[in-house]
Design a protein. Structure first.
Length: 209
């Protein structure tokens, strides 16, 4: 069996979370290597494109979070076989990546510069992408983004919803998703109760205790 090591920041959530959940759902043992932000700064030159997540398979580095999510999703049965359903899945994941890029561009700002940049996001890209994701969810019936079942797209979008709703980002109202695309909040609550997702976090809790 292949040897897997997934490297990402020492946080629950973010770009690596769909990969972690899918690998767990697939029953694949892997090293969950979590770096502090200072440690990442010291080691980032080791990684292709100097960014994470990185999945090492038998020592070979593989990058790009959506590619890794699709790979892990296929191993776990959480990625569609049908090309059209796969397209729906990819569309949702790509939209999250686009929005994450816009948010990420503000991460190193401080003070008034940060407030102004985040205000522009709240008045611009954030509602555009949240409404778009809400429309994509409704297009598929309101429960899942593709294939009428849990896929890695649901994991990725629900992670974004949680990130924006937990008040972790200064100057971005924690009720923004509820006001702009309430269906995404209901979706995130539903995904958290999915057996594969609940099993992953139960295992995480056991490891932490």
């Amino acid at each position: 069996m292949a040897d897997y090591r997934l490297t990402y920041f020492d946080i629950d959530g973010g770009r690596a979370e769909p990969i972690r959940i899918a690998l767990h759902a697939a029953g694949i043992e892997y090293e969950d290597r979590r770096l502090s932000f200072p440690a990442f700064g010291e080691t980032r030159q080791q990684f292709r494109f100097t960014c994470v997540p990185v999945l090492e398979i038998d020592g070979a580095q593989i990058t790009q979070s959506d590619a890794l999510s699709r790979y892990a999703g296929k191993l776990a049965g959480l990625y569609p076989d049908d090309p059209m359903q796969a397209l729906y899945c990819d569309e949702a994941m790509g939209a999250v990546e686009d929005l994450t890029f816009h948010i990420g561009s503000t991460m190193r700002l401080q003070g008034e510069e940060l407030r102004a940049a985040r205000t522009r996001l709240v008045e611009g890209w954030l509602p555009i992408y949240l409404r778009g994701l809400g429309e994509m969810l409704e297009r598929r019936g309101g429960k899942y983004f593709a294939d009428d079942r849990l896929t890695v797209a649901d994991l990725k979008v629900s992670g974004l919803t949680g990130w924006l709703s937990h008040g972790a980002l200064d100057h971005i109202p924690s009720d923004l998703v509820t006001r702009v695309a309430p269906g995404l909040v209901e979706h995130a609550d539903r995904i958290a109760r999915e057996p594969q997702v609940a099993a992953y976090y139960a295992a995480r809790s056991r490891m932490a205790s």
